[in-house]
Design a protein around this ligand. Sequence first.
Ligand code: NAD
Ligand code: UDP
Length: 330
Amino acid sequence: MLQRTRDGKSKTILVAGGAGFVGSHLCDALLARGDRVICVDSYLTGSTENVLPLKNHPKFRLVEKDICDLREIDEPVDQIYNLACAASPPQYQADPVHTMMTCVAGTGNLLSLAERHGASFLQASTSEVYGDPEEHPQREDYRGNVSCTGPRACYDEGKRAAEALCFDMLRAGRADVRVARIFNTYGPRMQPNDGRIVSNLLVQAISGKPLTIYGSGEQTRSFCYVTDLVAGLMALMDVDPNPNAPVNIGNPGEFTINELAEMVLAMVPTGSKIVYKPLPTDDPQRRRPDISRAKDLLKWEPKVALAEGLQQTADWFTTALGEATSRRAP
Ligand code: NAD
Ligand code: UDP
């Protein structure tokens, strides 16, 4: 029997960026709940492969479209999740102007769609809005330490501008908007070449290449498994009343990059060694979410420990890389 959403009705939900890493897991979860899903994606950093198993699902529709130009999309929807934006530093810096336009013009287009159809809107914001934080852990009322001229600005200032737009629409009563500040997330379907730390280290270990650590490796991050993140995003979209404020969604466990590399080396059978490379400009030194607000308002907290999630991700990459190699073989 079809499962129903909290208010008993099956919804029509637009997921922008739904063919990406997080977006494809969100599409899975919404369809499993019984919702109809319209996935809008330009395939900039995502791919049809991520949503291949959903292609023939009767409630799933895939639309190839850049959110910077949404003119042809104007149909009734109940909810809009905006996940469309490259998230890995090398990828969002490859075309920084497009990244900024995606954050501002693209988010603006989706907010207008939400306004026209009375849809609830969830913006995938980021811990990057805190920049290189001077307060630790980061609470939502911390205003951040961000460079507006550096190479990360297209993304972190873009996401800050998108948040400003979201809260202006909310204050004006033009749309029911929710903002999730997502901390580093990992799991199956990250692209092997995406350049983020978890995918880089696992792919390097599995293929016997040196594990690249930028800087001293003593910088920290907090890693959330993707299914935990998706549960948090859905809880934030559906919670009543609207929190009217951003909510951190992440795993408060904090690890140095050196510790993460040691975990990978202990987990993956490999002869790989660590090599140290220069630290990129404006790379934040530490990051850990204070998730009191999510616990309090959403009754949400992550369930998957890093060791467990990393093992599942390592297993997925081992299979995915093996299949890619056998496809290339004559
Ligand atoms: P991803 O790169 O795998 O997915 C992004 C998706 O958006 C891709 O499918 C891409 O093709 C699509 N996209 C990009 N620009 C677009 C545009 N202009 N029009 C239409 N589609 C476009 O990244 P992800 O890790 O799945 O991240 C999803 C969202 O969550 C992003 O908005 C990101 O900023 C946010 N976020 C992710 C993390 C994380 O650690 N994964 C952390 C903080 C915030
Ligand atoms: N990093 C690293 N080696 C890599 C990729 C990343 O040491 O091969 C570092 C990076 O400099 C940063 C941390 O790992 O300090 C997390 O990087 P990621 O790109 O995953 O996310 P973000 O910097 O956006 O948090």
